[in-house]
Design a protein around this ligand. Sequence first.
Ligand code: DGJ
Length: 725
Amino acid sequence: MTDFETASKSFLISGKNYSYAMYVNKSGYLQHLYYGKRIDKTDVPFLISAHGENCAPDLSDFNADMLTDAMPAEAGSFGKGDFRSATVIVRRNDGSAMSSFKYLCHKTVKGAVKLAGQPCVRKADATLIITLKDDCSDTQIDLCYTASENSDVLVRNTVIRNCGKDAAEIVKAYSFCVQLPDTCGTYSALRLAGAWASERKPVTTPLAEGELKIQSAHGYSSHAMNPFLAVLAEDCGENNGECYGFNLLYSGSFAITAEVSSNKSVRVQGGINDYMFGWKLNGGESFVTPQAAVCYSAEGLGGMSRAYADFFRGYIINPDYVYKRRPIVVNNWEATYFDFDNEKLFKIIDEAPKLGIDTFVLDDGWFGKRDDDKSGLGDWFVNENKLKGGLKTVIDRCKKNGLKFGLWFEPEMVCEDSDLFRAHPDWAVKKEGVTPSRSRNQLVLDLTRGEVVDYLFNAVSKILKENEISYVKWDKNRDITENFTANLPAERQGEFAHRYTLGFYDLAERLTSGFPNVFFEGCAGGGGRFDGGAMYYFPQTWTSDDTDGLERTKIQWGTSFCYPVSSMSCHVSACPNHQTQRITPFDTRGAIASLGATGYELDLSKLSGEEKLKVKAQIENYKKTDGLVLRGDLYRLCNPFTSNYFCEMLVAKDKSEAYVVGERFRGDPCDHDRVLKLEGLDSNKVYKIVELGLTASGKALKGAGVMFPRLPDCGAWIWHIEEVK
Ligand code: DGJ
């Protein structure tokens, strides 16, 4: 899987369908050779002579340093002739920062390397660690490549070591650098951009000379930009052509750049956002960057999405939960908001089991003095004025109905009107003399401080220990501002944002491992922290606060580019929709929600008899198809951004069954006189589309397709496809 050839000092890493090659060139630099379809070890000499030597600087050339600007380096240096953005920059105490990273040594270790205090790949076949030494200083960097024969994802990260005596400051610490050659075509870049209630919308633009930077400076991955970038070759389509995915397993402020240089090659790199970043590294200390999941696909964006889904399910998500049936919840948020009491909750709880729901989730407002969003965050004790008899009465009512109980927390936040803030005003992120920026009447707790993390761990643990709770929804409803902590000296303030993220990981690790029987769902004002780092702790995340049956197709479509559908928590909510005021049929909302971890977010006691029957039927359907949601392969068929339809299908790994969900948006004359070509089926098998009573070969369903159904505005369809044996 990873090969090192001594004679040529070359490395070949191969996974399921890809190979990644590099070698130590005649000047001692670790030079990139190849990233693409799987090749053999015997091809490496050709790559070296035909590709490598061409752009390897020759040290016998007096001006060799200047030639490094055209060299596809595995790690970009600064100030020694490589004028593209560097991968790592370390400033010494004399102020100098130039670097020239050259090969020193390497080793291969079995399995994955655990990153202390950070999410990381849980298993792997092997990790190749190549150490580069800076010619200009006492800095060394380890480039780590973690690969598995069964995966199309190569996991990358960097370790930066100060081997000198004096302290230095890291000002840029990216996790990976990948060089893509000029192939006489134009690459484009796809990012997942958005906003609150409209997260992860794919935006594709051509890459041209200069640098594209996507980033978050919000203190978490954010609604505005996901920590993911795909670079598409010209021939890349949904299921054909080449593309590369770069997905950071990181929940903090991040950056990913794609830089087209003067020779038209592309340098893609990323990691912790270097904007206002700094990290003091004393002599002898190391800094470990977050990991990045890098993926090559020769089967277009769809192939990349399926590779990422397999990767997250197989290597990142908690194995105890990843393939388990998810709780089918009813959440009271949109049913009651803050305005609830025992009786209102009991009405929902009593109705739930009759419809097939198995968990009741009590959302915001059960604690402290919290009747609106102006007060109470931080006071994690039950508001007995509101819930007579405390949580116990609600849990007892759930138990009587055979339901499990879930609870909402927003651990990282504090309201100024709270006992916690009154006792510890210094625990909030702020700077004396600067008015704190408020958002939703709350401040962020300073998770760079160990005592704050300890307090939160104890406060949440107490509730979890004292009550029968099977599910936690972990919310976070604002950005981080006034990036400063009195906890660190002036020269370490650049560490604040990353240390906050490490504090979040510490809390998440302690709570999830301390309560292994509790299922944790992530949330950040909807989908503000939907990233591969958070997914290590939270098998699913509340995809968006927007539950509109039409808007959700777009949000789930975008999210599926690099995350499994099982990681998307999707609820059916009431109409008119609370975010868009749109009215969509109940069936449509159910159909779209069934493409993820399905739940409900409405007042069950207010549903009509007909709607209740629909909920029952939707849950029965979901129980039939959730195996495909948890384990299947996703094929995106109709793009809701460019057509009048949305359609996706899930196909079993053994191709024995499939599930199609589609929606038509607005009436457009004759738009149903079209053919929908199915994907992912086995050409040689025969299938039945149950709802249509049609039988056809996989070849025919893929090649000739099926006619679109006739539907009203925002009408949806579902098809179950079964193999006929
Ligand atoms: C934002 C979440 O996304 C909602 O689902 C809900 O939990 C509210 N916060 C509660 O404040």
